[in-house]
Design a protein around this ligand. Structure first.
Ligand SMILES: [Zn+2]
Length: 458
């Protein structure tokens, strides 16, 4: 009887909260029992461990934890629990949007948003519970996901990536289109997808605009890119004074600047001007990686192969060939130097290829042990995200780790990915449970026990 009245009370209480999606979720209690836990940091698994999740955080780790009343109990026997994966170089609004819309400067933000929502859901179901968005406009999508109104991953947005005229973010078409009156913004700039700015006063203004929009870090480009048409790979973008001005604005806002750049000279210039994360960085020399290490900066490359992307434009295809040829040298060099290394997959412009995100993670196994790979994609990537300081949008607990007080972003793997990294390459088959923020988005176990139900039967 007491159980029944408690159940009735609980039901009324939960019903009263159904108008507030998050509030109801925050009441959820889940107990995962008998899991072998990879905590994101230590190589040794914690065997047969129970994990209590209350609301959106992990509240207890241990053995023989008693299930609180109303808890959803999941038996994870024989499986491995790992932290939700983090992709440190992702584009919510580019990954699922075709080049015919974005690069040819004709498209509609409504279409971009719809495609991106699908992308956020699919990415979450690949086990990526957090992404650092390194260019584009994911602000509204982030808002809806964080409010629990739409399934998706966490997002640390950079807002529009910013380059000078003729740089990687120049979507003005032929040079004569470039407006002399820069109070004018083109469609993609007005919609915060990409931004050009020239000269110190303007880069300061645009950086402030982007921070005002809610960016957790700033992304600029200081060297040539593959997809863009006006910047050969060898060029340097922005003057030292302009880079320093962006860095000063970001620093004043208590966050940092990441820069897309590949050449050794461009990387060195960016690092010396205060940039803290190098995106791509494929042609970095050993000396430059050592300089980055001494500054505590991060390298965020992608383990790409030439066959990964199709380019309509032969210039982009040739650039991609040069870039992918450098990958095999960069990773061992970065490992030897010991520079902070992130994992980011940078899937672009093709929804049908976005699943390569998982395969890229497996590719790191060529240079690193499965333990090292999983540590990079969880706690190490989370450490990079911490560079956002007070601008980091998720402040309740740490990401990328399984410990008391951490966010309950968890994946249950059928098998042990520290012995067989290939398991993470096929999340659809091998990730049997995916939780983000304490909420289950995928459950293939079907062995959950509803404590409320068992109480009724008593
Ligand atoms: Zn990118």
């Amino acid at each position: 009887m007491r159980c029944l009245s408690r159940l009735i009370f609980a039901t009324i209480f939960l019903t009263s909260l159904t108008f507030h999606g998050q509030a109801q979720d925050s009441m959820t209690t889940t107990l995962i029992i008998n899991a072998n836990v990879f905590d994101g940091v230590n190589q040794k698994l914690m065997p047969n461990t129970d994990i209590l999740i209350e609301g959106n955080l992990i509240s207890r780790l241990g053995t023989n934890i008693e299930a609180p009343s109303g808890a959803n109990v999941i038996d994870a026997a024989g499986k491995t629990l790992i932290p939700g994966l983090i992709d440190a170089h992702w584009h919510v609004t580019y990954a699922y949007t075709p080049a015919s819309i974005l690069l040819l400067n004709r498209g509609d933000m409504a279409e971009v948003a719809i495609r991106s929502m699908t992308g956020a859901k699919e990415t979450l179901l690949r086990g990526f519970t957090t992404v650092r968005d390194t260019g584009g406009n994911p602000f509204a999508i982030k808002k809806l996901i964080d409010a629990g109104e739409y399934p998706g991953h966490r997002i640390l947005p950079s807002g529009p990536f910013m380059s000078p005229t003729a740089g990687h973010a120049d979507h003005y078409g032929v040079p004569s289109d470039t407006p002399r009156d820069k109070s004018y913004l083109n469609y993609w700039e007005r919609n915060m997808m990409a931004m050009t700015s020239d000269g110190v006063p303007e880069v300061r203004l645009r950086t402030r605009d982007i921070l005002k929009s809610g960016a957790s870090q700033i992304k600029i480009t200081t060297g040539g890119g593959v997809s863009s048409l006006f910047d050969p790979l060898d060029v340097s973008e922005y003057s030292v004074d302009e880079i320093k001005a962006v860095v000063e604005e970001a620093t004043n806002y208590n966050t940092y600047v990441a820069s897309h750049v590949m050449t050794d000279v461009g990387i060195r210039t960016a690092i010396e001007a205060g940039v803290m994360c190098i995106e791509h960085g494929f042609f970095a020399s050993e000396d430059t990686l050592k300089l980055m290490k001494s500054k505590g900066a991060w390298l965020s490359p992608q383990p790409m192969l030439e066959a990964d992307m199709n380019w309509d434009d032969p210039i982009s295809a040739e650039k991609f060939k040069q870039v992918t040829a450098a990958v095999a040298d960069l990773y061992p060099l970065a490992k030897k130097v010991g520079v902070n290394l992130a994992f980011g997959s940078d899937q672009l412009l093709d929804a049908s290829k976005a699943h390569q995100q998982s395969e890229y993670l497996v590719r790191l196994g060529k240079w690193f042990s499965p333990y090292e790979v999983l540590k990079i994609a969880t706690s190490e990537n989370a450490r990079l995200l911490e560079l956002s300081g007070p601008r980091h949008p998720y402040q309740e607990g740490p990401l990328g780790v399984i410990k008391e007080g951490a966010y309950a972003d968890l994946i249950l793997v059928n098998g042990n990915p520290l012995e067989n990294l290939e398991l993470v390459g096929n999340p659809e088959k091998n990730f049997v449970l995916i939780m983000k923020d304490g909420r289950i988005y995928k459950d293939n176990l079907k062995n959950s026990i509803d404590i409320n139900q068992s109480n009724i039967e008593q």
